[in-house]
Write a protein that binds this ligand. Structure first.
Ligand SMILES: [Zn+2]
Length: 495
């Protein structure tokens, strides 16, 4: 019996059982990027968390519909376009393409639907009309505002107090806005020269920021759905406003469970574009392997703060190297390519060493508890320790008998890796990529290494062992370890 999945719901400030609206199916909406510049690794962490939530739910057999939007109409985009002299819609389209290239490199799953504001205008207008008809919104000049006093549940997610907020909000009111209450927020903004606009019953204009998510989630997931995700900074005002708009329009609960990811810190401050202390995802991916970065993200619980540093990235990649080295060794043993322990009689038919499926059970116990991926990685570590134990050299007497266990544990590793989005490359390929990155990072001369490998092969073929040993020693002074293999000399970066 698989463990019940429990999720921390920001609305209740408690873990609640995941009970999908339609049994066996999960609808999840994640607020996506505002596409006015390159995605930074703080956002990448949030998207990786929800990517792994989706992977785990699918691993558990749920049919998941994953929606993540693009905010391609927004004040920040218009501002950026004015600075570059580009058309705002064209600038947004360019950064959608850049985001997709980065997401692919990080191997994020493509969502089932990635709607854009610019393609959802009729639905947005439809909701605003409904809100006006229900008395929850009002037109003021060319703008339309949501009237927060008319919606009783306002601030139920963020647990803030309306009067406190209004007392603090007075000065923030923008010139030209005619609102009944300072906290009323724009659903529709009348067109200004040089800005993208669409026709509407209130004249040409464009949507406010929050209404898009209400329109898109209803369009693709229905008026009530299962999980809504985003970064912690979206709770107020964005998610609060989404709830107000959607629930005032439909009279139904927008979402049954609100999930929020923690911040990524850089040198003690939250990484954000507005603070200017950002590391772009693509810059990080030049320094660290994509799975190393994913491992780093998943090694801290998604709701906790995570501190980013070069050392933490290096540690994560070194850990990935250990996993891949182990998988390589196991695969060689299973396929009989490991010459020190040939696939011999009895390899595949010994008794199982323990129950390999215990790792699957332990993994579920961990991860079903509010997507505790660090706990899941801990189980993975236990599994890899076991794999190393079974493949240790020199082979001991009963080692030819471990084959069945190795094959079974390798399959368990494959399943857990799939649930976490790790080990997607063949081990040899990943290890070669890692070595190439290290050669560059350490400033080594690749050509020189290749020459030494060739010279050593020649020396060994000529049975010139003193020269072969000399080359090995010389390589070592460069930080390179030469190794013997049936296929000739191989090498790696010395530990
Ligand atoms: Zn949103």
């Amino acid at each position: 019996m698989a463990s019940e999945i429990r999720v921390f719901n920001t609305m209740q400030q408690a873990k609640v059982p995941l009970q999908p609206v339609t049994p066996g199916k999960v609808g999840i909406y994640v607020c996506g990027p505002t596409v006015y510049s390159f995605v930074h690794i703080g956002n990448a962490r949030t998207f990786t968390s929800f990517d792994t939530v989706v992977r785990y739910l699918r691993y558990r057999g749920f049919e998941v519909r994953y929606v993540r939007n693009y905010t391609d109409v927004d004040d920040k985009i218009i501002k950026a376009a004015k600075e570059t002299g580009e058309d705002a819609i064209a600038l947004a389209a360019r950064f959608v393409r850049e985001f997709e290239a980065d997401a692919k490199q990080l191997r994020l799953l493509p969502p089932d639907v990635s709607p854009k504001v610019s393609e959802t205008i009729p639905e947005i207008v439809g909701i605003i009309e409904k809100l006006i008809a229900r008395g929850a919104a009002y037109q003021s000049g060319a703008d339309v505002y949501f009237e927060v006093r008319k919606y009783e549940g306002y601030l139920k997610l963020s647990k803030r107090n309306l009067d406190d907020l209004i007392a603090g909000a007075g000065e923030r009111e923008l010139v030209g806005e005619q609102k009944r209450d300072p906290l009323d927020f724009a659903l529709w903004k009348g067109a200004k020269p040089g800005e993208p606009s669409w026709p509407s019953p209130w004249g040409a204009g464009r949507p406010g920021w929050h209404i898009e998510c209400s329109a898109m989630s209803a369009k693709y997931l229905g008026e009530t759905f299962d999980l809504h995700g985003g970064g912690l900074d979206l709770i107020f005002p964005h998610h609060e406003n989404e709830i107000a708009q959607s629930e005032a329009a439909s009279g139904k609960t927008l979402c049954n469970c609100w999930m929020h990811g923690g911040f990524l810190d850089l040198e003690g401050a939250k990484m954000s574009k507005s603070l200017g202390n950002v590391v772009r995802l693509r810059d990080a991916l030049e320094r660290v392997d994509a799975e190393g970065l994913r491992y780093f993200f998943l090694s801290t619980h998604y709701r906790q703060q995570l501190a980013f540093s070069d050392k933490s990235l290096a540690d994560a990649e070194a850990r990935m190297e250990y996993f891949y080295e182990t998988l390589k060794k196991v695969d060689e043993r299973i396929t009989g390519k490991d010459p020190s322990t040939p696939l011999g009689a009895g390899f595949g038919d010994g008794p199982l060493h323990g129950d390999p499926n215990r790792f699957l059970v332990e993994f579920d116990e961990q991860v079903s508890d509010d997507f505790n991926f660090p706990g899941g990685l801990g189980v993975l570590s236990g599994l890899f320790a076991e794999l190393n134990l079974l493949t240790d050299k020199p082979p001991v007497k009963d080692k030819p008998m471990v084959g069945r266990t190795l094959v079974a544990l390798r399959e368990v590793a494959r399943k857990l890796a799939g649930a976490l989005g790790l080990f997607e490359l063949p081990p040899t390929e990943w290890l070669l990529h890692r070595r190439d990155r290290q050669v560059i990072a350490k400033g080594l001369d690749r050509k020189k290494i290749d020459e030494m490998v060739a010279a050593r092969d020649a020396a060994r073929a000529a049975k010139n062992y003193p020269e072969s040993d000399r080359l090995r020693a010389e390589a070592k002074t460069m930080g390179v370890e030469l190794m013997d293999s049936p296929a000739g000399t191989t090498w790696k970066i010395a530990a």
